[in-house]
Design a protein around this ligand. Structure first.
Ligand SMILES: Nc1ncnc2c1ncn2[C@@H]1O[C@H](COP(=O)(O)OP(=O)(O)OP(=O)(O)O)[C@@H](O)[C@H]1O
Ligand SMILES: [Mg+2]
Length: 136
């Protein structure tokens, strides 16, 4: 998360760490760090200045990491496709955010390899929430 601070500062987006406990995760630490980085960069990229990104975790049940942003959001029609390779929503162009559209495809393949799950919920214009779970 610390690695994303300079980008967040540059974009004038607040980055809040609300995690109270570490989320236990077994697997390839380097790949899992790559997942977190992709998700945080997306949250920063698709959020306007003065927006906010919050990273939270749940203690009960299956450990879950939640990354929410107050960004442009994702239209309902786009949501089923965001994990496709090279898929970019129209809002990505509006934000003038660069990227080939591979980040979430990579995230999905790493999380699948760890038998975890990754889900996106979004309200266009309000923001996006990503929920990440990994088996203990
Ligand atoms: N947090 C988010 N808020 C709004 N839109 C998002 C968010 N995360 C992803 N998206 C949308 O999903 C698309 C696909 O995301 P993905 O990370 O795969 O590609 P990218 O960020 O455009 O490029 P890359 O990650 O390869 O640099 C994005 O182009 C954007 O339209
Ligand atoms: Mg991306």
């Amino acid at each position: 998360m610390a690695a994303c601070r300079p980008l967040a500062e540059h974009r004038e987006v607040k980055l809040r760490d609300r995690t109270l406990h570490s989320v236990p995760a077994r697997g390839d630490a380097k790949r899992l760090a790559q997942v977190l980085n992709h998700l945080l960069v997306n949250a920063i990229k698709f959020t306007h200045a003065d927006g906010e990104i919050t990273v939270d975790s749940t203690a009960e049940g299956e450990p879950e990491l939640i990354i929410s942003d107050t960004g442009v959001g994702i239209a309902a029609d786009d949501l089923p496709h965001v994990f496709d390779r090279f898929y970019r929503c129209a809002a990505a162009e509006v934000m003038a955010a660069q990227g080939p559209g591979l980040g979430l495809a990579i995230v999905k393949s790493i999380i699948d390899a760890h038998h975890g799950s990754v889900h996106l919920e979004s309200e266009p214009g309000m923001g996006t929430t990503v929920r990440l779970t990994l088996p203990r």
